[in-house]
Design a protein around this ligand. Structure first.
Ligand code: DON
Length: 304
């Protein structure tokens, strides 16, 4: 299959959509990003890469970071993580508070904000230096040292992060947050502010496509059972109240972020990352989702 030609065709087909989405201006620092940026990076398990567009430019990975947070925490704490966070799709926006009170402060899944905030709390309780631990983990997955948080983006989110603050406080009232509320929020905003390129994200996600084993160094990051579960959560919860739509149109486990990135995998075959900052109403990249739909359709590759 001529993947490069297919990516080039897709690029042309989605170009009209690139400036139709809306950048995530609820984090003011992200409102400055040029919404005309667009890139797709495909990386196969047999180490072939295909790319179009702005694939070497760093962007804010935002909620894509939640996959790394979950993987690191689960590899340390194992299944008891799921005592404090459920694994059901929420059917609600990523920052919704409505289910949290009904469900006694137990978030629906680790990929909505409340779930990732509980995971952050677990990381603070488990690691002497969770910041350093997390960065080292992500750098290891990428195979590269220059992966950093953007402190300006984290500070900008903190200034306006009232809903996230409400979630942590509500969960604390139910006894599902062990640490100081501000400490949890600060660390969560930093984890979301990590910047990576499409190519770096594809390298990190290829480890998940390879059942949690490094492709170059063959290091085992998560067990086979943890791989199965994390991939299932990506499939059912990776796109919030658009998880069904993503499965319907694209058919790959993946994760989006309000920075406009989407990372997805076809286990045993490839990882694929798109970046286009314009978002649809559900907070997922408009052109990115279309590009992935075209990719799995044209190549006949999806998990279904
Ligand atoms: O907490 C927030 O709202 C952001 N730091 C992350 C949200 C996000 O990326 C949702 N994904 N589409």
């Amino acid at each position: 299959m001529d993947y490069q030609k297919i990516l080039e065709e897709i690029h042309q087909e989605v170009l009209p959509l690139v400036d139709k989405g809306k950048v995530a201006d609820y984090i003011p620092e992200l409102a400055n990003v040029d919404r005309n940026k667009f890139g797709i990076y495909l990386l196969t398990l047999d180490d072939n890469a295909y790319a179009v567009g702005d694939v070497l430019e760093k962007f804010s990975i935002q909620s894509i970071s939640k996959v790394f947070m979950l993987a690191l925490t689960i590899s340390h704490l194992g299944e008891k993580v799921y005592d404090r966070v459920d694994v059901e799709p929420s059917g609600d926006p990523f920052n919704s508070l409505v289910q949290l009170e009904h469900e006694s402060g137990i978030p629906r899944n680790p990929f909505i904000n409340s779930g990732a905030l509980v995971i952050t709390d677990m990381m603070i309780s488990s690691f002497a230096d969770p910041r350093a631990e997390f960065l080292e983990y992500v750098r290891d997955l990428v195979g590269q040292a220059d992966v950093f948080c953007n402190k300006k983006v984290a500070a900008s989110e903190k200034e306006h992060g009232f809903k996230n603050a409400a979630m942590v406080n509500l969960m604390k009232s139910f006894g599902n947050i062990e640490n100081d509320v501000d400490e949890v929020l600060d660390l969560y905003f930093e984890f979301c502010s990590i910047e990576m390129t499409c190519s770096e994200l594809a390298r990190a996600f290829r480890v998940f496509a390879n059942h949690g084993r490094g492709v170059i160094d063959t290091k085992k990051y998560i067990t086979e059972s943890q791989f199965k579960r994390i991939t299932a959560i990506m499939q059912t919860c990776g796109f919030y109240d658009e998880a069904g739509e993503f499965a319907f149109r694209v058919g790959l486990p993946g994760k989006s972020g309000v920075g406009g990135g989407i990372a997805a995998i076809l286990p045993d075959k490839y990882s694929i990352v798109t970046w286009s900052p314009g978002l649809n109403k559900k907070g997922n990249s408009l052109a990115g989702m279309k590009a992935l739909e075209l990719f799995t359709t044209k190549t006949g590759t999806s998990i279904f």
